[in-house]
Write a protein that binds this ligand. Structure first.
Ligand SMILES: C[S@@+](CC[C@H](N)C(=O)[O-])C[C@H]1O[C@@H](n2cnc3c(N)ncnc32)[C@H](O)[C@@H]1O
Ligand code: SF4
Length: 336
């Protein structure tokens, strides 16, 4: 089953730990005239820690949030000395549900929270769902999808649980307490596609559905390989052939930024081949698919997938069929 957590810290990048050295100035791309059009800001605070989540986050400590905000603004200022930033999209990611109280975060309170947001005037709301969870039944999943559709959100994301290292769920999976069930996951995925598409949502990326006109513009920039800057602890940036990640510890991040030091890790240089592979892996998951030119060296594999009804051609691109979507990771692997 396939997953795509499209928040910036999940971008394809080697993890950079807090103890790694700060970036040398030579690691950074030279100042550029080309403006950066996509900004990601990572707010790492969560009201509580989900046992399956491997993203960088920490429990909310209200005594730190003002200093944190000051550091975010300071980093933005520092960054503007190197880059022209004229954002078309700004994505605030991380532990954002902390805007709600703990009571509002309780399972089964999601509906109420949704209605409060609508009543407060929000006209574009995403409902974020997960399936393949331990103990979750297909009937429960059907009911969850039904309730979600009835709320009429503009966007729905539905992620299949992955057992990420360094999480409680990973340990419980490794000990045999939780089991992954590929067939069960495929059934959940199929049900999500059927119910959401029947309700008028476009399945525009493996884990994302939107009413026409409401697909995520910010995530599209990642999928198309555009430049983006990440602000905040653990945020990833990619500009031209350079990619780097900020230190994954908000206290160290604050200290560095507020003492005029760089929060950036050492970074890496992306080769054309690395960029092409990443583009294939990401665009294959989207409704528009992979450009034929990116797959020109893979004619035998492409033909085989077409024969197996996993891929189809559309407007000069190769797109996953419904059957192919359930096997997206395996199809992508054949091209990498
Ligand atoms: C890390 S969260 C960040 C935004 C926000 N804190 C939230 O929980 O929605 C981004 C998405 O990743 C999903 N997620 C986190 N860990 C996951 C895992 N192990 N498997 C699948 N999805 C996961 C969450 O459900 C959420 O949809
Ligand atoms: S609220 Fe989101 S970021 Fe925080 S632990 Fe849960 S899944 Fe991770």
């Amino acid at each position: 089953m396939s997953n795509s957590r499209n928040h910036n810290p999940g971008a394809v990048v080697a993890a950079v730990s807090a103890s790694e050295p700060r970036a040398k100035s030579g690691d950074m791309p030279a100042a550029t005239d080309a403006s950066i059009r996509h900004l990601y800001v990572h707010i790492p605070f969560c009201a509580r820690i989900c046992p399956y989540c491997a993203f960088y986050k920490d429990l909310l400590d209200r005594s730190q949030t003002w200093r944190f905000c000051e550091a975010i603004l300071r980093e933005l200022d520092q960054t503007r000395r190197s880059f022209v930033i004229s954002p078309e999209t700004i994505y605030f990611g991380g532990g954002t549900p902390t805007a709600l109280t703990t009571a509002q975060l309780e399972l089964r309170q999601a509906e109420e929270s949704f209605r409060s947001l609508r009543a407060a005037g929000f006209s574009n709301i995403n409902v974020d769902l997960m399936f393949g969870l331990p103990g979750q039944t297909i009937d429960q999943w059907k009911a969850t999808l039904g309730t979600s559709v009835a709320l009429q959100p503009e966007h729905v994301s539905a992620y299949c649980l992955t057992y990420e290292e360094d999480t409680e769920f990973f340990v419980r999976h490794a000990s045999g307490e939780f089991r992954q069930d590929a067939d069960g996951d495929a059934e959940f995925f199929d049900m999500a596609m059927s119910i959401l598409e029947n309700a008028g949502y476009e399945h525009y990326e493996i884990s994302n559905y939107a009413r026409p006109g409401f697909s995520s513009v910010h995530n599209r920039a990642y999928w198309l390989g555009e430049d983006y800057l990440g602000i905040g602890p653990s945020a990833v940036s990619t500009v031209g052939t350079r990619r780097w990640q900020n230190v994954c510890d908000y206290r160290i991040y604050i200290d560095r930024v507020l003492s005029a030091q760089s929060p950036r890790g050492p970074g890496e240089t992306l080769t054309d081949e690395m960029k092409r592979m990443e583009r294939i892996a990401l665009t294959l998951r989207t409704r528009d698919g992979v450009s034929a030119s990116d797959l020109k060296h893979f004619a035998p594999q492409t033909n085989e997938f077409i024969a197996l009804d996993l891929l189809r051609e559309s407007n000069g691109n190769f797109v996953l069929t419904r059957k192919g979507k359930a096997l997206a990771d395996s199809v992508a692997e054949a091209f990498l």
